[in-house]
Write a protein that binds this ligand. Sequence first.
Ligand SMILES: Cc1ncc(COP(=O)(O)O)c(C=O)c1O
Length: 469
Amino acid sequence: MPFDITTLMAEHQGRNYALHEAHVNPRFAKVLKLIGFDRCYVRASGPHLWDDHGRQYLDMLAGYGVFHAGRNHPEIRRALTEFMAADYPSLVQMEAPLLSGVLAEELKARVGYGLDTVYFTSTGAEGNETAIKFARCATGKSHILFASSAFHGLTNGALSVNGGQDFRAGFDPLLPDTGMVPFGDAAALEQALRAGNVAAFIVEPVQGKGVNIPPDGYLAEASRLCRKYGALFVADEVQCGMGRTGRFLAIHHEEGAEPDIVVLSKALSGGYVPVGAVLTRREIYDKVFSTLDRAVVHSSTFGQGSLAMVAGLASLAVLDDERLMENATRMGDILGRGLAEMAGRYEFIHDVRWRGLMLAIEFGRPKSFSLKTGWSTITRLNPDLFCQGVTIPLLEDHGILTQVAGHHLTTIKLIPPLVIDESDVGWFLEGFDAVMAQLHKFPGPLWESLFRIAKNSVSSGNGRRAAAG
Ligand SMILES: Cc1ncc(COP(=O)(O)O)c(C=O)c1O
């Protein structure tokens, strides 16, 4: 019998959570059940998902930010299937593959800064591991600076420059010789750079955890300071790059910032084939790959796989052809302004910030007495729980998929596909407005269900939503 994926999927339909509880990540399966996110999605198109009951959802999370072009984009799929039909060789290894050369040219043209050499990876974390290695090797120094709240991935090196405790706990000792500076504080950065032992400062131009946007001028000043003290300036654009903020790179918004290394991944894949890219200057590359003997001193087996390169090229073409960056700016502004208007009506909303389609809604302590009681009780039981009082009814009652912006944050992050239109934005604003109205009634049924979840999560030790993206 030839292998038949359609039959296999039909035979197993609906077994998702049982299989995961038995074989994959039982703890995460339990968390999803606890918060009512245990759905079985069976179809996807653009910014929409459908479950096995035929219910349609709006995806404001985009697979942790990989689906800029939306899910199952027909042009990216066509490129991949056409390429597969051509029987073209991939991963010959002892050759210079055509398509990684073409993709490198395309990326250089969009990134700029004189970054003229491209190293390909399969993930964002691998890109940041590469940046750390390149910086240490090229400068001959060892210290790596990173920002508070930073997230650069979960492999050992990338985790060593994570700006929070939650992901680090239990994995010590991590890389030696790293140090944290407060995000957005150029004076503190200069203080740390003065030691003269810093190989690189790695920073997300807009931070994924919390959607923190630095003060104007910070990135330019950070880049100037790095140059002054002989450290490399690394921009991790894994999440905020590829057009999400309305420009190809988020750092393109800041005049005068000049990164020495730029790391991309996520949306370059089109959501189809994992891929990442590290762009740097030839003089840095030359220090790492310094002799013929060292021509592959840093490499990985799947780094330049042809399918990944096709996905990257097709994703860039769709980004241009469908003017997705312009759409990100336009839709981001409509969404952001709509939410900012609600902040005037709902006292739990303390801040709304956005750049293109990377948005944060930050909640905080309300003013009125009865709401204050609800807020204090729930955040005391579990600091992450208030946001679940938003994400759970958004999914359950309005079919909108969202995520908490990170551990212990009272912030919800929106990173939808860049293809969303006015009707999707209207869908979100209406649903969110209704959830806010419900939450601003204390006591009320939504609060009852939150307290129930709090009790269950405390008793089963499952209080947290994963928020790796
Ligand atoms: C800014 C940033 N850097 C790096 C990573 C890690 O990427 P990956 O999960 O592909 O290793 C992420 C993932 O969310 C990210 O947001």
